[in-house]
Design a protein around this ligand. Sequence first.
Ligand SMILES: Nc1ncnc2c1ncn2[C@@H]1O[C@H](COP(=O)(O)OP(=O)(O)OP(=O)(O)O)[C@@H](O)[C@H]1O
Ligand SMILES: [Mg+2]
Length: 224
Amino acid sequence: MSEPLIQLQGVSRIYDLGRVQVAALQEVDLTVEPGEFLAIVGPSGSGKSTLMNIVGCLDRPTAGTYTLAGTPVAELNDDGLARLRSRTIGFVFQSYNLLPRTSALENVATPLLYQGLSRKDRLARARAALERLGLGDRVDHVPTELSGGQQQRVAIARALVTEPALLLADEPTGNLDSASGADVMTILRELNAAGRTIVMITHDSDVASSARRQVHVRDGRLVA
Ligand SMILES: Nc1ncnc2c1ncn2[C@@H]1O[C@H](COP(=O)(O)OP(=O)(O)OP(=O)(O)O)[C@@H](O)[C@H]1O
Ligand SMILES: [Mg+2]
């Protein structure tokens, strides 16, 4: 068997606010194998974003261990963690997070800046990623010239252009109408069918039902 892509063991995240401590995550165990499509579901305040930030190496546990692609993140300094993150994870956010006044093509090419590719190669790969997402005719559009669904597809192209092992999506359909949301879910299912590992965070059980496995978060704990 191959090693897990994600392994959390006894992971807690306590926010220390001086007089009070908030236990946002408590003793979470979670294993994600390569090729999975997992939805993390829970109500507002349950700890989803806290978990996503840890899985995405944007934050560290205050207790327990997190191993990403075989690397225990506690052994890395912040630079090492940032390198592991950019090599391993593509992020998709609810609010797209595209650079304004910047074409779809340049947005998608941005993550390749640190990979030692020529500008010509970066743009060629960005164009190919946009074409895979059905946006070959929108490469020169800036975000305000695109619909929400198209902006999210640009964001997915940007997340995938580096061919990361993991696509990590936080409420990817949260700002979309139901038709564009369904389109985005179809795209995620197709990407997963092609072998991409996907972890998606959502409070919407309809959206979660697109994933092949669901885990539920309540008050900072995973529940069956
Ligand atoms: N930086 C912080 N400092 C202190 N407490 C925090 C911080 N961030 C989150 N919390 C607390 O941790 C708990 C979990 O928050 P989190 O943002 O992970 O929830 P969530 O499930 O993502 O909610 P939502 O669906 O509303 O985005 C909440 O009680 C929240 O108030
Ligand atoms: Mg959240």
